[in-house]
Ligand binder design. Structure first.
Ligand code: ZN
Length: 278
């Protein structure tokens, strides 16, 4: 969740050539392709933060529209199907929610506003359809609302995702939030919080939490029989370590399991009621 390995950029020129073959007189000229590559370099230098000058710089409106239309070729049967497949392969789960199946490529900078990056690999983030659909279509004007760039903003040094749980009448409620840690700026904290809001993660995690806890049923039961609350807690902490090793520090399951381990009520048999065993 949050970060993905950067995609290879070795084919960005050949991708443009495949979309707009040389010598045909149609599409984007060789000169324009160099300008597109120059804009790609600026994107990399700016770490993908939106810069409104890119909407008009270097390229004509006609060339921009051609690039936007060319995104249709980044499809399963299009000219750039291999690019699509390679990008989708770079993520096991959606980096925005941490559970959705990869179906779409999200334009980090929306393609209708930043047409010049419509087929740029670094601007194409594999995501689930729900997250892609929830993403605001207009880039925010305030920096602290910018989304984290899954390839370029490495946030793995901080353990910022926390879960607050409450058990009431046997029902578990969980709220995820972003905790500002030492070394994190206010801006970064707010940008991370924007993800929770825009992707409606707290609402969408409810069903996932139920499924996840059901998958832990045997482990919880076995450990409780073995040694009561302390064995359940130890089991949950081992599980949290394993999740962090596999999925990084800020996986929603990891945050959930840490919070459950801290709950005396849950560990001391309260999980039976939460799981509907009463
Ligand atoms: Zn998602």
């Amino acid at each position: 969740m949050w970060n993905l390995k950067r995609p290879s950029l070795t084919s960005i020129r050949s991708d443009l050539d495949a979309l707009f073959p040389e010598g045909t007189g149609a599409g984007i000229s060789d000169d324009d392709k160099l300008k597109v590559l120059e804009l790609y370099d600026e994107y990399k230098e700016a770490m993908g933060e939106p810069n409104p000058v890119w909407k008009t710089k270097l390229l004509s409106n006609e060339s921009r529209d051609l690039l936007l239309t060319a995104y249709g070729e980044v499809s399963d049967k299009g000219e750039l199907s291999l690019l699509r497949a390679a990008l989708k392969k770079g993520a096991k789960k959606c980096p925005y929610c941490g559970f959705g199946e990869i179906r779409d490529l999200d334009h980090h900078l929306p393609k209708k506003h930043y047409k010049c990056f419509s087929v740029f690999a670094l601007n194409l983030v594999p995501s689930c359809s729900k997250c892609n659909g929830h993403k605001p279509r207009t880039p925010p004007s305030a920096r602290e609302k910018y989304h984290i760039h899954a390839y370029l903003d490495d946030v793995s040094d901080f353990n910022f995702l926390v879960a607050d749980i409450e058990i009431s009448d046997g029902a578990l409620s969980v709220i995820f939030s972003i905790e500002k840690r030492k070394g994190m700026s206010n801006e970064l904290t707010n940008r991370l919080r924007q993800h929770l809001t825009d992707f409606k993660l707290n609402e969408r995690y409810i069903a996932q939490i139920t499924n996840y806890l059901e998958s832990q049923e045997t482990g919880l039961d076995d450990n409780f029989r073995l040694g009561g609350a302390s064995e359940v807690r130890a089991y949950l902490l081992r599980t949290a370590d394993s999740i962090a090793r596999t999925n990084g520090a800020n996986d929603w399951r990891g945050a959930l399991v840490v919070a459950l381990a801290e709950s005396d009520e849950f560990c001391d048999g309260g999980f039976y009621e939460v799981l509907g065993f009463t």
